[in-house]
Design a protein around this ligand. Structure first.
Ligand code: F0G
Length: 452
């Protein structure tokens, strides 16, 4: 098969500032070994996140110019609404400034003390918003998800038997909704199968509990279903995406991922009463219902982005380019979460530096090592992000290399693999870390570390 190429040409470029290892050593120390605290200008290849970091298309930029900035009822809103209705089948579309704003509104309305919200795996802002409301967030991944080398094709699936047990134990009154995160970001960017969404739906129906999707990466998830699930190979990916949404009573979306924009979010609801209350909260804290804290140009960019993300040439290239990085690391003997995820490759930091125990943050040691070695910014998804007082230690210590959409070329990715391979040769010199300063919640953003 010929090489799967980037299905776009580059019209505008942004220079990368090169740094020396000596400069990076100083920058790292000044930032307390937390890469959220360094200037982006000091990064050579930025794989911190795939969120809001993508490149917009010429059609999206054209939309930015065309946008209607009217306060209420702007043309741009109606274009955005029509596009989202077309893709999801939901009749009422609320724009928000990003995913967590949708989560905050939803859980302020349905969360609260005594409530429990199960998910295949909550993303950190989802968990934080649920806990902020006083409710409890529970992860119910399938057992395979905890084993990096297990190549289950739908490792993002929820453990349906565990969901049934939880609902039978607690009763429907304590569970305001069941959530499925597609793809499962915290568990390795792994997809959820259509069969699993249908099974979760059936259990929710039996107990009379609504099913919500955290659908940030719905197009990538739909592409995996098309590639991997029996009987799905010949369906258009847009049809698969539509079926996923049809199975849900609501969804929170950060458009910064598969919306292909730099800012924006969506809240989808079917229940008219919940919609009314959400609209009131939206007006109170985000903005009027036809802009939700965004400008008209953001709505235009989203309308176009949600359309482009379902192009199958784009998805083929997107998922292949992530897999390419994963395969190069595996060939070099670096254990990743297999198979490679959709938006990111997750490296098993426990396997990379077995001499560093989880309470000394092996993931953070690898993150610091990659920056020192080649100016690569990555993100720890392990005991720093999910640990701390009152939290169970996470099953895996991972380092995420998240790939921004349409931003880096194959030679950038080759460079990343080369830096990682060079770091592997000296992995035994990586040192554990100690937290010297941390906030009470979402500590990974601002904590400071010291090398041991
Ligand atoms: N849900 C999932 C699965 C996410 O990955 C994110 C964001 C959110 C919700 C929140 O959306 O950032 O627009 O408020 N994930 C980014 C990441 C930050 O790096 O994975 P947001």
């Amino acid at each position: 098969m010929p090489t799967i190429i980037e299905p776009f040409r580059i019209k505008s470029v942004e220079p990368i500032r090169m740094t020396t290892p000596e400069q990076r050593e100083g920058i790292l120390r000044e930032a307390g070994f937390n890469l959220f605290l360094i200037h982006a200008d000091d990064v050579v290849i930025d794989l911190l996140t795939d969120s809001g970091t993508g490149a917009m298309s010429s059609e999206q930029w054209a939309g930015v110019m065309r946008a209607d900035e009217s306060y209420a009822g702007a043309k741009s809103f109606y274009r955005f609404e029509e596009r989202l209705i077309g893709i999801t089948g939901f009749e009422h579309i609320l724009p928000t400034h990003q995913g967590r704003a949708s989560e905050r509104i939803l859980f302020e309305l349905i969360g609260g003390a005594g409530k429990v919200v199960p998910n295949n795996a909550h993303f950190d802002t989802t968990r934080a918003n649920i806990e902020h409301s006083g409710a409890e967030a529970v992860n119910l991944p399938i057992a395979e998800a905890a084993h990096p080398a297990d190549r289950h094709p739908f490792k993002g699936n929820m453990d349906i038997a565990a969901l049934e047990r939880l609902l039978a134990d607690l009763g429907p009154d304590r569970v305001p909704c069941v959530m499925l995160t597609i793809t499962n970001n915290s568990g390795g960017g792994q997809p959820v199968s259509l069969a699993n969404i249908r099974d979760a739906r059936a259990v929710c129906d039996r107990f009379g509990v609504p099913l919500f999707l955290d659908a940030c990466r719905f197009a990538e998830n739909a592409w995996f279903i098309k590639q991997r699930e029996e009987g799905q190979g010949s369906r258009p990916v847009s049809e698969i995406a539509r079926e996923m949404f049809d199975l849900a009573d609501g969804a929170t979306i950060s458009a910064k991922k598969d919306g292909l924009v730099n800012i924006g979010g969506v809240l989808l609801l079917r229940d008219p009463e919940l919609l009314r209350r959400a609209s009131e909260l939206l007006i109170l804290t985000e903005g009027y219902t036809t802009y939700g804290g965004l400008s008209g140009r953001d709505l235009e960019a989203m309308a176009q982005g949600f359309e482009e993300v379902l192009h199958e040439d784009y998805l083929r290239y997107r998922i292949r380019s992530t897999a390419y990085l994963g395969e190069r690391l595996l060939e070099a003997g670096i254990q990743i979460v297999e198979p490679p995820g959709g938006h990111a490759v997750y490296v098993d930091a426990k396997a990379f530096c077995p001499h560093i125990p989880p309470d000394r943050f092996p993931g953070q040691a690898v993150v610091a090592g990659l920056y020192r070695e080649g100016g690569i910014r990555s993100c720890e998804i392990g005991s720093v992000m999910f640990g701390g007082e009152g939290h169970e230690p996470p099953a895996m210590e991972l380092v995420r290399l998240a790939i921004p959409r349409r931003v880096y070329t194959q030679s950038h990715i080759d460079y990343v693999a080369e830096v990682f391979i060079a770091l592997k040769a000296k992995a035994d010199t990586l040192r554990g870390m100690r937290i010297v300063e941390q906030p009470p919640a979402l500590r990974h953003f601002t904590a400071r570390f010291e090398e041991l």
